[in-house]
Every structure is written in C-alpha cells, then in structure tokens.
Design a protein. Sequence first.
Lengths: 144, 418
Amino acid sequence: MAYSDKVLDHYTHPRNVGSLDKNSPEVGTGLVGAPECGDVMKLQIKVNPETSIIEDAKFKTFGCGSAIASSSLATEWVKGKTVDEALEIKNTEIVKELSLPPVKIHCSVLAEDAIRAAIGDWKKKQGQEKSAPVVQHANVVQQA
Amino acid sequence: MSADVMSGNGNVKLPIYMDNHATTRPDPRVVEEMMPYFNELFGNAASRNHEFGWVAEQATEQARERIAKLIGANTKEIIFTSGATESDNLAIKGAAEMYREKGNHIITQATEHKAVLDTCKRLEKYGFRVTYLPVQKDGRIDLDDLKRAMDDKTILVTIMTANNEIGVLQPIREIGAICHERGVLFHTDAVQAVGKVPFNVIQDNVDIASISGHKIYGPKGVGALYVRRKNPRVQLVAQIDGGGHERGMRSGTLNVPSIVGLGKACAIANEEMAEEGKRLGALRDRLREKIMGQLDEVYINGSMEHRLPNNLNISFAYVEGESLLMGINDIAVSSGSACTSATLEPSYVLKALGAGDDLAHSSIRFGLGRYNTEAEVDYVANRVVETVTRLRELSPLYEMAKEGIDLTKVHWAAEPTH
C-alpha cells in the first residue's frame, strides 16, 4: 500500500510522543482499541482548569502507520483548543487531512475516540472535584 | 529504486529482497534456457507430425525428467499445470471425484495454504466431510490426531510439506506411512519444500505432490503435479476438459517456455540444494542471533528444529507489523498483521499456533534466498532492531508492560468482535 506524504511524515516524525502524569487532576487519559485488533491508542491531554484550554497533549500508539499518523495529528489539533472545541474534531477531517484510504478509516475513528475518551476522563476528574459527575458524563454521551 | 549503502561488512544494494516464500527471482540460467522457446522454438508440444512440435515435446520431456529426478519420481508421473494453486485443486478435487464411491472423508490441517483449505471448503459444499486437524504450538500436527481422525470413509489426506509463513516442516514421511497402512491417498503441497530440502516421493510415502515454478527460481504461471503410477496407482478426474493432454488429467497446450524454465530450476536445485541449504541456514541463524541478541520480548513462531533453512518468522511484542514494515521500507519482507492482509484478519497460520492475535499482528516473515548476502543480513538485522526500538518508544503497550501491567488482564475499550 502506498502511504500519503502526510502519513509518512507523521510516521517518521511523530508529534507529541510521550506520556503525561495520568494521576494529575489536570490530565485526561484516553486508552482505546485492543491489542487483538492491532490498534491501541493512548492520548493524553493537560487542561488548564481556568480556561478549559488544552495546553499539552501526548500520545503513544500501537498500530499501523495510519494509526500512528492519526493520533499524532490528533495531538496537534487538540493543542490550544478548548475542551469543547476539541470535541468538535471529526474523524472525517482526519481522513481528509491524511488522505486515508477506505481501509484505514477505522484509524481515524479510533483517534476521534481517543480524543473523546481523554476529555471524558478529564471531565470525570473535574466532576469528582465539583461533585457533579452525572451531568458531565451525560454531556459526553450526548456528544458522542 | 536502488541505492548503495554502507553497512558494516560492505555495500548492500537497496531495496533488499527477503520475501522468498512469496516468490523468487528467476535464476539467470533459467531465463537463458527459456528464451529460445519464446522465439524460434515456438512449436506446440502436441504437434506430432513436424519438427517444430518434436522440438517442443523434447524440451518438455527433458523438463519432466529433471523434475522427476529432483523428487525421486518417474517422468510419466509428472503433470504440468499453471501453478501450485491449480495443482492443489486438481489433486484434491480430482481425487475426491475419482474415489467418491469409496468414501467422502478428507483430512487436512489448519495451517495449509488457502489453495488447499478453500478447495476443501468447496468440497464440503458438495457433500464431502473434511477434518481440519489442529497444529501444536510448534506448528506440526499430532500424528495421533491424524490416526484418530481416520475412518473407513477417509479417501484422502492432504498435508503440506513446509508451511509458507512459518517454514515448519510437517512429518510427511510418517503421515504418508500412516496413510499407506490404511489405504488412504496422501497429497502434499510441497511448494515451499521442493528444491529447498530433500524431498523424495518414494521415501516420503507421497502419492500426489504439488510443485510451483516461481518458488524455486523459475518462472511464474507454471507448476507440476506428481501423481503416483504404482503402489498405489493414483487416478484423478480432470478438472479442465479439452484435448486430453497430460495423460488426460490436464488438458491445455503446454506452456513450453515456462515448463523449460521449471525444469531448469529443478536441475539447478538438484545440483545446488545441499550447499545452498547450508548457506541459507547459516544466514538465517545469523539474522536470528543478531535480532534476538539486541531485542527483548521477541518470539519465534513455529519449530526451529523442523523448519526450512531459509525461513524465520518472528513476533516483536508491542509493535504492530505493518508499522514495522513501514519503518524498514527498503527491505521486502511480509507480516502476519491484519493490516497487510486482504481480509483484514491477522494470519490464520499464527493464530493456529495459539500465539494470540496480538502476536500475529506483530509478526514478520523473513524468507532468505539464493541472492541474499551476509552484508544484507547484517543490514536487515540493524534496521529491524532500530525500528522496533523506535516503535516501542511509541507503543503504549510497551510502556504498560514495563510498568508491570498484565496486558491480558486489561479490559480494552474495543474488545474484538470475532
């Protein structure tokens, strides 16, 4: 299979590889996929509690080149966005940006899932502090 | 497409081809011998009344002799086909149809090539009963399983000599003996084994054997089927109707240039196999040692003891196969990862070993061949080590494993649906 230049670029020079402290209240962690399926993405965001702006994002991915590229791109895109803006990111935009072929669309879906899971985790942590977990959780479900 | 790169022991030319189970580069001696049969020696081997036909027939008969010699057969026992897929189809469907009166049970095993498995599945639709034997962890069948599976309706056992993914050799001599004791025919897909390891239809108790041209440095689009003529005499019902060529078993004008090429490839193998096997075995072991000496959590798939000398199939835990292939894109190898397969399923061969889907996704098949050098092996080993190391830095699974998390105990957000 021939890869697009953008996939190759993200694969060769992945952005924001690494890990954030998953126990920090400011950090949300999303872990999606399964080893048996050949794809596991971990995407983490660090959110400013005052502004809800995602100040940092890191990822690690087990998966094909397109999965690595999708998650690398996702970290680039969520950085600097507010949590609500980040939830607007659609997998189809990732497909378009990376020119993913149909068989690789699931990689973009997984990246979108990873963003949502990370934000969900962060919201859960916030909710626990603000003692309003049910509402926050429902929000996530509605948007998903 | 190519570049010279310094690597340890000298120059290697890129890209490096190390996928010799998929196909092999035709030997220049093969190509040279084929050439006249595309040009002035173009006759139809079935033309009995003129020089053009005689020359063509003579050429195909020489090829028959060379193939027969390599596998210990008689020339009359060699049928030419379009390749091993056709050979497998003819062997299995042809025997099933011929011996239907005697019984309707066929035995095969889980890691066969699709040309065998899908042919058996087709026969199931026509009322045949097929037993698919499991393999053990080392990739070999248990002979007791075979004995238990046999009944008075069993007419055919079809089990490959060497596997195309993991290179594991089945105990065909013992399988053949068990079949002969019970009067059951034994077919073996010998595509990966012929010309690579000793294979003799008499000593190995084989009744029908499939052979391919392009796996042994010959041309594509040509194969052969060995069909035993005595003890027992095997008859097959033709699957292609026509002029009654090839003792009525396979109609169609003979592909003379390719048959000449297949014959030459067999002649070369006959001369050079012993030495080449030793050389490739040493290169393969060098590759394995260099990789395993530098990486942890690397697993060999299948038996090392009963294995083709040119095969190495390794799973690199926590690294997905296609991404690894992408990182070593100046090296041609294959992966058992779902992402590299047309079906988007991980290798059924590796799954049959019980390794788990995760290790199937992480597997790479190295198939060494006639033209690989030590410098290439060193280059490949270095590139693999470097890329696996880089991808593990990127792998959440590697990180979790290093933290002491048991990955099998994690509840994954997306559990597989299959």
